[in-house]
Design a protein around this ligand. Structure first.
Ligand SMILES: Nc1nc2c(ncn2[C@@H]2O[C@@H]3COP(=O)(O)O[C@H]4[C@@H](O)[C@H](n5cnc6c(=O)[nH]c(N)nc65)O[C@@H]4COP(=O)(O)O[C@H]3[C@H]2O)c(=O)[nH]1
Length: 832
């Protein structure tokens, strides 16, 4: 332990040395010796000793008491006076300086030692007390609560600055006053005066608080909400020393509570009255609170919902998504909030509603998840409208089948899947035969009904993983995925055709429709959706070409054919407008006389680049595109004009035969066209023979019959072309107002060697004659054929044996100008 440091102030050098010696003998360190008051102050400042031994009587102006006063005041160093004088006046002055000891000279060493130790101890004690007081004082000054301490009688002894501010009194003003003089407390609700808790505490010696909300009324009349209480101050032996009251201005807290209450009320009323469903949901998904709107949305009562779990109302598909995934993201703070569409169950069994669910998480002040606030809006109407829009965008409104765009999408998807798994797909392009006729004759309404009925049948016939679409008009498309073998596709196509040929009964009409189907196979016939569709379409045209009501697969050469078809179509339009069509005539010879009695007009196309084009290259295209109607009208007029001039030559030549195709028969103006042409050209109607193929007649026998009767009334001759190739019913043959049948070339070609052909020609001739019809045979090329047909008494003959079809000039020259005699096959340039 360090020795205490002492300074000696003594003007007598010997005494000073003696004291120094004694002090050092006690183990103290003498840091300085001063001989005057002024020097004492200077050295005390310099050395800051722990204690000063001060002689009162000093030489010079300043005595020891004054010097001690200065040192104590400025440096707080304890001083022990040393003096030979002990008169009361001096003692009083010395005491006033707060001296720590007083030694009368001469003193004994033990007196000196004891005085020093007592002084140092007292000084230490006082210093600690002072520090402690300062600490408490500062604490009371710093705390935000108001503190008032009274003595046991209730007189104020202490107030901290906060109490001074609230009571509007300084400590000095308040000291000695009763606490009730400074503070008036009233109950907030009743406004009656409340006894100050200090008084109760002094009486009861226990802690006292005020239960009700209290207002402090200040001297100036300001009312401050306070929270207060008092506690007794007891000393160690339990004696009551006073009371301490602690109170605080709770205006801010009140305002906060008020705001909180208001905000809670606002929340509750907006929660209850909200137009959208709202719920507070526990972390496990159970409803804690629900509003009316939610009850209405889900169809349950409040009681039914409370205690139930959100999961019970959400559609199973959404459980994982909504409840587990998104709510977990809120809890783990990955999302602040979320909004998703959820399908919910309604109380009505089987009814579901679409909702927009938004949720956020409420946490405690400590950040722990507490509950979810969930908003649920019924968006069923919007959702259904959206679904409707999507449906309309992807479906054909008439049949409900997928539309073209959607089919493309599905096909593209199927192709990529097919490519991945190396599987074949088939695209079936289906077009109804003669649909336009039904539409035109029976009306669009029935046409629509038929399309719906057809789509129903198709729907029933395809497998669940096949895709069916309507491309528009009477065109349907089926995508067959997962094809094992091509034969399966053929079987499905045939089945589809069979299903369609069953009659449809629509509004009392029995309708029989057939279809033509074109099929392309992926990847053989195309790798992408566009080429597959195009090639199936091409194949469909082939099916049409091959008599309709059949299916055809796409082959590579068909691409060329379709390109050719497009070129021909474009060229034909040009040909009509630029007079490129020509008529050639082939003589028809009377079997008995061998003279030319008539001619068949056959159209040719004098193409500027292709040369002379024969009908087999363009008639089908003309029929498909409808161009056959204007071409037919041109042929008719040209043939009538020509026939009229040849008839006027006054010979056996009696008329001209003109081909009328099935498509022309569908044209409602055909009869008027023929009638007008005859009138305009002046040709006798009986000099005109219309050749109608057997298959054309059989497409719609009832309608044909009507038109044929009109022609009969006009006096025009009618003939069935290509007879024997179709399936004419004998009943019809009898009913048709025809004059002749033309036996097809295919039955002549193997005559007379082939027994079958002979039998057929014999039978047709006999039958026709039986029905009083004349028989003309085409394709006669050889003498043997001629003699067989002559034997059979066929009425007239046509064929290369007599002449190829030739130009009008050639015909004029060969037959008209030459007495109508027939010739053996000529060498005209008309080479089919
Ligand atoms: N091998 C062979 N052939 C013979 C013989 N005698 C005549 N032919 C050919 O047989 C066809 C007879 O005409 P079609 O059966 O009415 O068959 C016609 C007809 O269906 C159609 N066609 C021709 N012109 C017209 C027309 O103006 N209007 C319509 N709608 N179709 C026409 O085109 C088809 C083909 O006409 P073309 O090429 O002129 O062919 C003609 C003619 O050249 C023969 O001894 N041997």
């Amino acid at each position: 332990m360090l020795a205490s440091r002492i300074m000696i102030v003594e003007d007598e050098g010997i005494i000073a040395m003696d004291i120094r010696r004694q002090l050092e003998g006690f183990g103290y360190e003498v840091v300085a010796t001063a001989f005057s008051g002024g020097q004492a102050i200077t050295l005390a400042n310099e050395y800051k000793p722990d204690l000063v031994m001060m002689d009162i009587v000093l030489k010079g102006e300043m005595d020891g008491i004054s010097a001690a006063h200065a040192i104590t005041e400025s440096l707080h160093i304890p001083v022990i006076f040393l003096t030979a004088y002990s008169d009361p006046a001096t003692l009083l002055r010395a005491k006033a300086t707060g001296a720590y000891g007083y030694l009368i000279k001469p003193f004994r060493p033990d007196e000196l030692h004891a005085s020093i130790e007592v002084a140092l101890y007292k000084y230490q004690l006082e210093r600690k007390l002072k520090e402690s007081e300062q600490w408490f004082g500062k604490t009371l000054h710093c705390i935000s609560d108001a503190v008032i301490a009274t003595d046991a009688e209730g007189f104020i002894r202490f107030m901290n600055p906060v109490a001074e501010t609230i009571t509007e009194h300084s400590l000095e003003q308040a000291k000695g006053k009763r606490v009730s003089e400074l503070m008036t407390l009233i109950a907030e609700s009743s406004r009656s005066v409340i006894e100050n808790p200090v008084l109760s505490t002094l009486q009861s010696r226990t802690v006292t608080g005020i239960d009700c909300p209290t207002l402090f009324v200040s001297q100036s009349g300001v009312e401050i909400p306070v929270d207060d209480g008092a506690a007794p101050i007891l000393d160690d032996d339990g004696t009551l020393l006073g009371a301490v009251m602690v109170f605080r201005d709770i205006t801010a807290r009140r305002q906060m509570e008020h705001l909180l209450r208001e905000s809670e009320e606002r929340f509750h009323s907006s929660f209850e009255l909200a137009a959208i469903g709202m719920a507070l949901i526990a972390l496990d998904g159970s409803f804690l609170q629900v509003n009316n709107a939610l009850c209405e949305i889900l169809g349950y009562t409040r009681d039914e919902l409370l205690g139930s779990n959100l999961r019970m109302f959400t559609h199973a598909d959404h459980h994982d998504d909504v409840i587990n995934h998104y709510l977990r993201q809120l809890v783990t703070d990955l999302l602040p909030t979320f909004q998703i569409e959820v399908e919910c169950f309604h109380k009505v069994v089987g009814k579901t509603i679409w909702t927009m669910m938004s949720a956020s998480l409420v946490r405690t002040a400590g950040g722990d998840p507490q509950y979810f606030i969930v908003q649920i809006q019924n968006i069923s109407n919007r959702k259904y409208a959206e679904q409707q829009l999507i449906y309309l965008a992807n479906h054909d409104p008439l049949t409900g089948l997928l539309n073209r765009d959607q089919f493309h999408n599905r096909l593209t998807q199927a192709l990529s899947t097919g490519q991945r798994h190396n599987r074949k797909l088939a695209v079936m392009y289906l077009d109804l035969d003669r649909f336009k006729l039904i539409n035109d004759t029976l009306g669009h309404r029935l046409g629509d009904l038929l399309l719906q009925a057809v789509s129903d049948r198709l729907r029933a016939s395809v497998r669940s993983n096949d895709i069916l679409a309507r491309l528009g008009g009477d065109e349907f498309i089926v995508l067959l995925s997962d094809i094992n073998q091509i034969d399966d596709v053929a079987r499905i196509a045939q089945k589809t055709l069979d299903i369609l040929t069953q009659p449809f009964t629509l509004e009392g009409n029995d309708l029989v429709v057939t279809a033509s189907i074109g099929i392309s196979i992926h990847p053989d016939d195309g790798k992408d959706s566009h080429s597959l569709l195009m090639n199936a379409d091409t194949a469909m045209y082939l099916a049409k070409d091959r008599g309709k009501n059949n299916f055809q697969f796409y082959t590579l050469e068909m691409t060329e054919k379709s390109i050719e078809r497009m070129k021909v179509e474009r060229g034909l339009r040009h040909a009509l407008a630029h007079d490129e069509l020509r008529l050639h005539y082939q003589p028809q010879v009377c079997t008995d006389s061998g003279v030319v009695v008539s001619a068949e007009a056959l159209v040719r196309w004098q193409h500027p680049e292709w040369g002379l084009v024969y009908p087999d290259r363009f008639i089908t295209v003309a029929e498909e595109t409808g161009l056959i109607v204007p071409i037919g009208a041109w042929v008719l007029r040209e043939a009538c004009l020509q026939a009229k001039t040849w008839i006027e030559n006054d010979g056996p030549f009696g008329g001209v035969a003109v081909n009328v195709s099935a498509r022309q028969f569908l044209d409602t103006n055909l009869f008027q066209t023929v009638k007008r042409t005859l009138a305009e050209t002046g040709l006798n109607p009986s000099a005109l023979e219309l050749e109608i193929t057997e298959s054309a007649i059989m497409q719609d026998p009832e309608n044909t019959l009507q038109v044929l009767h009109q022609f009969q009334g006009l006096g025009v001759r009618l003939s069935i072309d290509d007879f024997g190739t179709g399936y004419s019913s004998l009943t019809y043959l009898r009913r048709f107002p025809i004059q002749s049948v033309k036996i097809d070339r295919s039955f002549v070609i193997d005559l007379p060697g082939d027994e079958g052909s002979k039998t057929l020609v014999r039978a047709i001739t006999a039958l026709a004659h039986e029905l009083k019809l004349s028989v003309i045979v085409e394709g006669v090329e050889t003498k043997d054929q001629l003699s067989f047909l002559t034997e059979q008494k066929c009425d007239s003959l046509q064929g290369y044996m007599f002449s190829r079809p030739v130009s009008a000039e050639q015909f004029q020259q060969d037959f008209i100008n030459s007495g109508f005699k027939t010739y053996l096959p000529n060498t005209s340039n008309d080479q089919p």
